[in-house]
Structures are given as structure tokens and as C-alpha cells.
Design a protein around this ligand. Sequence first.
Ligand SMILES: [Fe+2]
Length: 299
Amino acid sequence: MQMKFDPKVFQLGYVALGTPNIERAKQHYLQNLGMTEVARDGDGSVYLSIGYNHHDLVLRPTAQKALLNVGFQLKPHITPSEFARDVRETGLTATIKTDSQPGVAELVEVDAPGGLAIQFYGAIEASAPGFKQTGAAPFRLGHVAIINPDGDKAIAFLTDFLGFVLTDDIAGIANFLTCNREHHVVNLVKAPELRVHHIAFELRDTACHGVASDALRAAGVNILWGPSRHTAGHNVASYHHDPDKVMIEFYTEMDTFIPELGMSEPRPWHEHFPMKPRSWGPTELNAWGADFAFNLATG
Ligand SMILES: [Fe+2]
């Protein structure tokens, strides 16, 4: 299956969360993930970097935990004004914001289906505070799983307008979409609420899962699932909760998608050749046959 693949964006840039206890949440990301505080707003919002970009995670004070927005980086040839015009032609609201957050001079905020706010920007400062050698120390933000109450329209926005492709689904509930060569950059979960399902950081290699799990446990944080290999994406993944019970994934060995062939690069652990987009069953979460459970819609 050959498919046209020319997304308007090429990577997930950041996720902004609201938290009722910013210090407690921040300490988790600083100490257990090894992130660095790069900037702070007057309202107490903090901007955290993994090591290169100005920020990969934003924490803002809110009464209850919340997914505030996600940010995607536009392809270099697309200007924010052109992008905003194209969004408006689809009937959605697009607002150009300048200096709305440190590190990003200009962005377009779109009210995407289901009430999801997505920010699109051409450039983010490379503050490069450096990578820490403590905690799990992931090297990048890879994907975000979002529960969306208007899932079909949100998926249509991602595919028909932004140019993402669907690489897999699980029971039609979890829908895996990519805008680059990773199996998924977004996992859109269809369920009647708007919130983050999990945020996924890539570790430097699979041996680091043990180090990361030990570091979490030493800090009093339990592992919820894994480390184990998934089916969709075949990433070796583990999950834990941050202090607000926002689920965080660490992963390695994610499938590499080849859009020209509409398949993932073959791997020894694949049980389907060619590994093309497919629909997995609701209990087919684990490639190793381990039976720990995971509720896709409420996780
Ligand atoms: Fe994930």
C-alpha cells in the first residue's frame, strides 16, 4: 500500500499540563526524569527542558489537573500566517499569538475537535541546558496519547488536514497516528472526555528501562505496566503516574514506519509480515503474552 505522506508538521514539541500543585509535579520531573527548569512565568508556570529545546513540558497552576495544550512544529516552508489561513478554511478557529510563552516567538493556536487546543510553531529556542545524568534521563518527548470526546473529527483533522497517517488501532479505541518515521506521534483515544491518557518519553536504550524503574521505585513511585513490549508500535514500554496521576510512559525500540511502503521496518519480534497498519484486539496489548491489564479508555 503506497500512501501520500506530506504532513504539515514533523514532530511533537511540547505538552502543557495544568496542575493544582506545581511544586510537587515539578519536583517529579526534575528529580525523577532529570529535566531542567528553564523559565518561569509570573503566574507560577514553569517550563521544563529535557536537554535541548527550550521546553518539552509546561506546568501551569490550575484548580484541577488538566491537559492545556500540545505543541507541534511546522515544516520549515509553512509560515504561521499561511497555516492559520488554511486552518480557518476548514471552519476551525486559529489564533496567531506572539510572545505568549518564552522560547516560542510566534505560534498558531487551533481549537481542534473535542475542545483540544493545539499550538503550531515554526521555531522554538534551543536553550540547550544540557542533559542530566540523574533519574530516568529520557532523551526526547516522543508522543502523546489524548482521550478525545470527538475522536472521529479529531482524527480527521490530524489526517485530512495535517497529513498524519493512521498506522494501527486497538479495538478502534486507541488510534495511532504519525507525522514522521516513528510508528506514532499521537495516540488518539476515543472516549467521552478530554484529557491526556499518557505522555511518552524515549529512553536512550532498552537497558535504561531497568535504571529508570529502579530510580522511580527509589523515589517511591510504582510502575503500573511493563517494562514490556507492546503490539501496536512494538515499543518496549513502562508506565507510571506523576504526582497528579498523569500517566507517563518511557519507551524504546518503537517501530520505524516507512511511509513509502505503508509498513514498518521488519523486526524479529513482528508476528505479521509485512507489518502494515492493522487493527489489534482489545486484549492484544502485550507482544510477550504477559497479561497485565490496561484500560485504554480510562487509563
Ligand atoms: Fe504510548
